[in-house]
Design a protein around this ligand. Structure first.
Ligand SMILES: Nc1ncnc2c1ncn2[C@@H]1O[C@H](COP(=O)(O)OP(=O)(O)OP(=O)(O)O)[C@@H](O)[C@H]1O
Length: 301
């Protein structure tokens, strides 16, 4: 028997997102949904895996939408449940990284985001966008591998310091051992074996909380933009990173951009991350699944 029959909109609240911002926004979002005549049900998930499972059950039971309140991690959990189905996703951005909301234009303000989602849901204005698929995981923003994934792996292994400072320490440690890695990249069947510093496979432009790594990625074109950063010195990497905000790093001679619907990455000892969450160690295949994700409340910001 379906366990989520109580609500017609499933709500995931990412407990840690934005240092409590998601929890704080939840009351406003729920009130907005109720005022529109909807019956929201907050799924009592305590881990991301739990959130994915419960949202999946809610979708199978016929929920009208999955609303995530949090950052890209929360949206990633909701995505696993809705991608490839007719049930749309609504994101109320309340995390430290809100790259999917930035790309698709969900309003930054929780009340405005909830209102926009309700408006589209009630009028049936569901927009479809592409989603990435790697193994059994869906992802929506950027899948990355190389320097960035090594930093995330290291930050996750560190017991000290806590919070964002872990990333500063991990970046310094990985910069100290920076070396290009030999990877094989297959884009739409054409293989390139090359030394790389990092590879970013973008369905949308931004990752890492506002870094425009794949500046022209378009989630409605059925293809990824693949940014390949070749060998660079420490000094160049540090100097080029600020250019990621504007996306002008692609003009650097060590950077090349490919476009493809299917990308294979092979190499040794590297993990991939997408939407800020771990996906799989290499080798991986990323497929751009056209129109796999329905969304409500976008295009407002
Ligand atoms: N409903 C949920 N229940 C439990 N954990 C969740 C849920 N949704 C997401 N998470 C996990 O909580 C972590 C933080 O969530 P999220 O990415 O939404 O917020 P954030 O503020 O952007 O996070 P971060 O500061 O880690 O970038 C993620 O690793 C995610 O996998």
């Amino acid at each position: 028997m379906a366990t989520h029959a109580a609500g017609d909109v499933a709500v995931l609240v990412s407990p840690a997102a934005g240092r409590g911002r998601a929890r704080a926004a939840a009351a406003t979002v729920l009130a907005t949904l109720r005022a529109a005549g909807l019956t929201p049900e907050v799924l009592p998930a305590t881990t991301r895996a739990d959130a994915e499972r419960q949202a999946g059950k809610a979708v199978a039971a016929g929920t009208r939408a999955v609303v995530t309140i949090g950052g890209d991690g929360a949206a990633h959990a909701g995505l696993q449940a809705v991608a490839g189905t007719l049930t749309p996703l609504a994101v109320v951005p309340a995390g430290t990284g809100n790259d999917l909301a930035l790309a698709l234009g969900w309003p930054r303000d929780p009340l405005a985001a909830a209102r926009a989602a309700v408006e589209d849901l009630l009028s049936g204005a569901v927009r479809t966008v592409d989603a990435g698929r790697t193994g059994d995981r869906w992802w929506a923003t950027v899948l990355c591998c190389g320097f960035d994934s090594a930093v995330t792996d290291r930050a996750n292994r560190l017991r000290w310091p806590r919070g964002p400072r872990r990333y500063d320490v991990a970046i310094l440690a990985e910069l100290a051992r920076l070396r290009p890695r030999e990877l094989t990249l297959v884009v739409d069947g054409v293989a390139h074996t090359l030394p790389v510093t990092l590879i970013a496979v973008g369905n949308t432009p931004w990752y890492g909380g506002g870094m425009r790594v794949c500046p022209t990625a378009d989630p409605a074109d059925g293809r990824f933009d693949v940014t390949v950063v070749g060998p660079v010195t420490r000094r160049e990497l540090v100097r080029t990173r600020p250019r990621l905000t504007a996306g002008t790093h692609v003009e650097h001679p060590a950077v090349s951009v490919h476009r493809a619907a299917r990308v294979e990455l092979t190499g040794e000892g590297l993990n991939t991350y997408a939407d800020g969450e771990p996906v799989a160690p290499l080798p991986v295949t990323a497929e751009c699944v056209r129109g796999a994700l329905g969304v409500v409340g976008t295009g407002r910001a």
